[in-house]
Each structure stands twice: as C-alpha cells, then as structure tokens.
Design a protein around this ligand. Sequence first.
Ligand code: GLV
Length: 321
Amino acid sequence: MKKKIIAYNRVEKPVLDELKEKYDVRFFNSPEPINDPAFLEQLKEAEGIIGLELPVNKELLDHAPNLKIVSNVSVGYNNLDLDELKKRNIMATNTPDVLNDTVADTVFGILLAGARRITELDRFVKNGKWQQEAVDPEYFGVDVHHKKIGIIGLGSIGWAIANRAHFGFHMDVLYHTRSRKIAAEETFAATYCALPKLLEESDFVCMMTPLTKETEGMIGLEEFKRMKDTAIFINASRGKTVVEKELIQALQKGEIAGAALDVFENEPIETDSPLLQMENVVTTPHIGSSTHETELKMSKLAAANLEAGLNGKKPQNLIWE
Ligand code: GLV
C-alpha cells in the first residue's frame, strides 16, 4: 500500500505529479484545514506533510498519530511548533539557500519601486495623467546608489542583499545580527551596528530576520522614530516582526518617508488597511521567493526532504539535529 502524504497550499505541479506516482497524495488548500473534517480524516493516516504555511501545532498533531515528517516549502518555519514536533519525534525541514538570490532581487525590486516612486508613476501613466499635466517634481524620487542600507538579520538572504547593495549599487552596508559576521565586513566593507545606530543612520532599513519569539514586534513606533524622516522601510521577512499599527502611525506622522512591504501582520492584508491607501507604500503579496524557477527548486528540495524522512534517512534540511 502507498504511504499517505498530505500536500498543502503550494507544491509545484511537476513535483506533485511525481509524488503522486509513489505516494497516496491528498491535496488541501483551505485557509483553516483544522476545521475541515476531510483534512482531519486524511491526517489520521498521513506519514508526511509537504506544503506552505500549514500551522502545525499541538491541535493538528493530536490528529496525526502516524506522522514522521513535516516538509515546509519555505525557508521560514514560524508555522511549526518545534517543541511539539520534537516531543513526538517528528522531523521538520525547510528549503534554505535555493531562494536567496530571488528574495534579494525582490527586496531590491520593492526598494527601488519605493525610492523611485515607480508604482505611483506607473499609475500616473496608465491613468492618462501624463497627457494632462507635466510630471510634477513631487514625483521625483531619491537615489539608491551610494546611499546607506541597514540590514537587520544578515543570514544568507541578507548576505545576497548586501552583495547587491555593495557591488551593484555602491551602497554603504550596515548590519545588525545576534553575532558579528566578519566575513561580511571583509566582503562588503559592512559595518556591524547596534540596532539604534543602524536605525538612525540608514537611508533604507531592510528587515530580514526570521520570525521568532525574540523578533516578534521587534520594530515599532520607538524604532520608527529613530529612523531618518527620509528613510524607506522594507520588510520581506515576516509581517509580525513589525507592529503594523505603529508602522501605520509612523507613516501617518511622517516619521519615515515610505515603506516597501512584501509581508504583513495578516495575510492577505485586510482590504481596509490604511497601508493600502498610502501612495508612499509599495505592496506585494508575499512573493519574495516566487519566481517560476525558484518555486520549482523549493518544491523539489522539499520533496527530497520529505522522501528522505519517509524512508528513514536523514533529510538534507533538518531544522534541528
Ligand atoms: C518565504 O517567505 C519563505 O519563508 O520561504
């Protein structure tokens, strides 16, 4: 009999098709699968889960007595209750590294859009304003090259951002992490900073920390007040690393000049969020790693991790040893 696995939310089709040849795969994508009796029924027999952002907590695990491995199709794993998984000896894996350059490209995409007001100018052209009025200097943006970028969280994605900033845009790189990264200082002439100094000096503040108990709500009004009033804040980590209502206040009060956001406290963001009414805020729907090529690489890596775990081998990307 084929082993049962659950695929959730996002696994690229060619990978899903391959898995289906070997396993009894059941696909779900309801926003709250824990309230779906069909999902709970399948969970009883499932030996593996592969997917994106399924909240794997005590309640779910209580319905999954045969589970051996949860394979995330993401580098982030804040959806997993690691203590509960460890307690039950269930493996957990993620998909690091294959997405570094793609997320760094996204960060520069939204950073440039914010600095050069590209999304506003796109609306200006498409709404027929160009024919009616000269481009007001109000629409002129600010330079990115030779400015100062502060990266909070210099993991491997932060590294790819620093690489672009230093070699591509000749920017000064400041960074803040738990431990100093001498290699980044040697490679990018990066400067290690305490958080307040990074916030005070950067023209672009880029949030790249994983979401953990320590980083939840790390950036709030006090931090925004420290930033330059010309600063642009970029978040491509997780929405909950920032106190979103305080980001809104900071933007309303002009504590910072703008924001470029790929992630939000709640996703999808509420349609009545003031952020969606602000011209100086660039928004994308959590697509940092979502190019066709990289999604496929992530799905393939997640499937390899899943299969290793199901077959009693050590997966390449075990989250803990
Ligand atoms: C995307 O947000 C990821 O964690 O891979």
